[in-house]
Design a binder for this molecule. Structure first.
Ligand code: NDP
Length: 310
């Protein structure tokens, strides 16, 4: 059995910032990096809105810096994933994917959120063969090709703009007659001659022999002027939002209708003393790196208070 005073689960801006604060408070935390070290930011390119970087910063570099800063103050980083937790005993019990068992007096949950899919069986069929949920990871493969991005939020607009820099043509498939994205992102998309927005359009399926060759689309589904057609494309990118990685904790902690962990008011405290939340797993609203980092700091300060009173 391994023991740590404070276990931080997750390695996005929330997890690393919690580790930096906890480390500087002499808590010698242990941090589980999980399946996506560095979190969601590592699948983007430049971060332009993180304060302190007037010219923007490469997302991987930013996360690597946070990681090194956490290590500098005594965080032990394990490249493992928690597979089960027991928050009904003290110390809390955690099992990792290598079968090892851990006890912790306090836990900060910073497991973030993951990309959503439409739920079409074709998405699985063509996964890695034309279907992607990360334009910045896979866009390179579609240079001078034709791609489609699904979604009308900031992520979709950002991904469409990024892909327009590589691909010959980008279709943005939007189910509503308008974009939900912020004004500046909308303007970037609507002003880009390589991007064509297909409003009021849904995807019924994908087709292709060895990989995606096109999408079956429907315009104004269920209306009198409904029209189904096929759109030839080489790549199909999902950008329709995220779901929180909270499944492991849902039996113990309160979640909202979408699965986001619910904390006490504005604080990182949960209904179980000693268990704290930070970052996107508990933030359906803002989902920004700087906010996740701030919430990680708050969680570490609360954990320090809890452990010193214990
Ligand atoms: P959002 O939830 O904001 O948008 C999701 C989009 O996907 C919506 O247009 C939604 O349509 C559409 N959608 C959802 N489900 C389906 C479906 N089944 N079929 C078709 N379309 C679907 O998610 P984002 O990831 O875009 O953004 C999340 C948060 O992160 C936001 O707060 C955003 O502002 C922020 N963000 C900020 C960035 C920045 O500042 N640089 C960059 C990226 C994100 P509908 O509108 O009809 O619901």
């Amino acid at each position: 059995m391994n023991y740590t005073k404070l276990l931080i689960i997750g390695s996005g801006p929330a997890g690393y910032t919690a580790a930096i604060y906890a480390g500087r408070a002499n808590l010698s935390p242990t941090l589980l990096e999980g399946p996506q070290p560095g979190g969601q930011l590592t699948i983007t390119t430049d971060v332009e809105n993180f304060p302190g970087f007037p010219d923007g910063v490469d997302a991987n570099e930013l996360m690597d810096n946070m990681r090194r800063q956490a290590e500098r103050f005594g965080t032990t980083i394990l490249s493992n994933l928690a597979t089960s937790v027991d928050l009904g005993v003290r110390p809390f019990r955690i099992t990792l994917d290598d079968g090892s068992q851990w006890e912790a007096d306090s836990i900060i949950i910073a497991t973030g959120a993951s990309a959503k899919y439409l739920g079409l069986s074709d998405e699985q069929t063509y996964m890695g063969k034309g279907v992607s949920a990360c334009a910045t990871c896979d866009g390179f493969f579609y240079r001078k090709k034709v791609v489609a991005v699904v979604g009308g939020g900031d992520t979709a607009c950002e991904e469409a703009s990024y892909l327009a820099g590589l691909a010959a043509k980008v279709y943005l498939i939007v189910r509503k007659p308008f974009l939900r994205a912020s004004k500046i992102m909308q303007e970037r998309v609507l002003g880009n001659e390589k991007i064509e927005v297909l409003f009021e359009t849904n995807t019924l399926g994908l087709y292709g022999k060895d990989g995606v060759e096109g999408a079956h689309l429907v315009y104004r589904k269920g209306e009198s002027d409904e029209r189904q057609y096929d759109l030839p494309i080489d790549g199909f990118f999902l950008a329709i939002g995220h779901h929180p990685n909270s499944e492991l904790f849902a039996p113990w902690l309160q979640t909202d209708a979408e699965g986001y962990l619910v904390s006490e008011g504005d604080s990182p405290r949960t209904s179980i003393p000693g268990v704290f939340v930070a970052g996107d797993v508990a933030d359906p609203r803002y989902r920004q790196a700087v906010i996740a980092a701030g919430s990680g700091a708050k969680a570490a300060m609360e954990a320090e208070k809890f452990l010193s009173e214990k």
